[in-house]
Structure formats: C-alpha cells, structure tokens
Design a protein around this ligand. Sequence first.
Ligand code: GLU
Length: 290
Amino acid sequence: MSVTRFAPSPTGFLHLGHAYSALTAFEAARASGGRFLLRIEDVDRGRARADCEAAICDDLAWLGLQWEKPVRRQSEHFDEYKAVLTKLGSMGVLYPCFCTRKDIAEEILRAGGAPHLMGPDGAIYPGTCRALSSDERAERIASGAPYALRLDVAKAVARIGHALVFHEFGAGPDGECREQSVQAARLGDVVLARKDMPASYHIAVVADDALQGVDLVTRGHDLFHATHVQRVLQALLGLPVPTYAHHRLIVDETGKKFSKRDFAVTLRALRKAGVTPANIRAQFGFATKF
Ligand code: GLU
C-alpha cells in the first residue's frame, strides 16, 4: 500500500507533463490499494495564484482523479517549516548568505567557471558567505542587510557521518528498485529560506512528505538531483525516507520540456479542443478504462 502525492506549484495551468506526473502518482497508489494526495506547493508567494489552484483541481477532476481532502496548502504551514529551520540552525548546518544574484554571477566569473562550480542544473553557489566570521554575520544581520539561509553541505555531511542512499524504482535496466548513492553536494549549498520565501521548496517538501506519510514519491526526472539534497535533510532531521520513482519527462517534438507558457498543451486548451481524458491516458500508455 503506497501513499503517493502530486504536488504542483500553482503558478500556471497544468499541461501534459503535469498530467503524466499526476496520473503516474495516482495509478501507483491505485495499483497498490494505497492513498493518493494532492498538495499545493505555494511557498513562493510572489508567483502562486489562487485562480491556478482552482484550475488545477478542476483539471485533475476532469482527468478522472480523486484525492483525499483536505488538501494541504503549504502557505498555511510556514510556522511548521520555521520550526524545521530552527532545528537545522541549532545543528550548525545553516549559514546566512548576503549575496545578490549579481554577486554570485561575478564570483563565478572570477573563478573562471571552475568545474566544481558547475552543477547539473547550472552553476552552484561558490560559497562566498560560508567564510564569514560569526562577528561579520551578526554585524550584517544587525545592519538590516537582507539574507538567505543556506545549507552548509560539508557540515551536514560531517554531522551525518556516514554515506546515504535512497531507493529508486525504475533505476535498473528492467525498471526494478535500485539503491542510489547520495551525492550530497550535487546542488551545492542550496537556499533553504529567503526573505521573500520563509521556507524553500526543499524544506517544505521534506517536512510534508514525512508528515503526510508519503512513502512513494513519484515525480519528474528533472527533480532527481533535488532528491539528493532532500535525502540529506531527511537524515539530519531523522525523518523516514520514501522510495522514489523519477519518471520520464514529457517533451515536445523538439525534445524540449513543456513549460507553463506552452498554452497549447495545457489541459484547459486540450479539453477545449475536444481531447478526452481517455485520449490522454492512452497517449501515455495508461489503461483507458477504470
Ligand atoms: N512543486 C514541484 C513542482 O511543481 C514538485 C515537487 C515534488 O514533486 O517534489 O515542480
């Protein structure tokens, strides 16, 4: 019995890629007689839109999915995420970072695009503020300078003290469950909180997956690297570790991932054009009859 979830960010309308992701989670729960949850990941208050949340629910219902109520909306739980950040802070694995985007870009340029600064999703934070003394940090905070909180990956790894793994379905040649070794520093010292986003995606996801008893995380392969970071957070916080299934990404004819700007492949547009949920299920290879 698996507990799975679909966890969209309400910053646009759902497109075919989301439909595949939602169906994958829903069918995995159904195949095991388990539970399917919908979670609204709206920690980015500047980008989340109430009309998109309503549209997401409407589109998923049209697709034939049912989910448990009430739906967890992350923006209503910042206090819980703050408690998680406080716990990490007390472990000494966070540090304040005062760098602007421009500072970071300049620092990377100065380092001449050093290979250790190239992560799978682009350049990684060069660690400028990691070197600040505690006096300097206190002084800058007292002066009112805005800052983010970053995970000090090296300290986190030292504190955990042993290698980490996670289990992933579909990682082997026959789609079987395989052990993956965690590379904690893949994304570098990630941001876990910012002035305008009191808890980042990683914090909210790790806290919620544990709290909601999610034991099978199905999501796109674009989040594979995020799983490594999240596994580190789970180890620090002593949280249970779900099994993962990073599914293929649905791409357009040029091989590009759909974005929220591709209106033609939104479920809204497809529905208007006469496409049915059965067509979409068939396109992805799911049985068309419930
Ligand atoms: N909210 C994330 C997104 O929309 C997905 C998070 C996850 O599945 O862990 O990309």
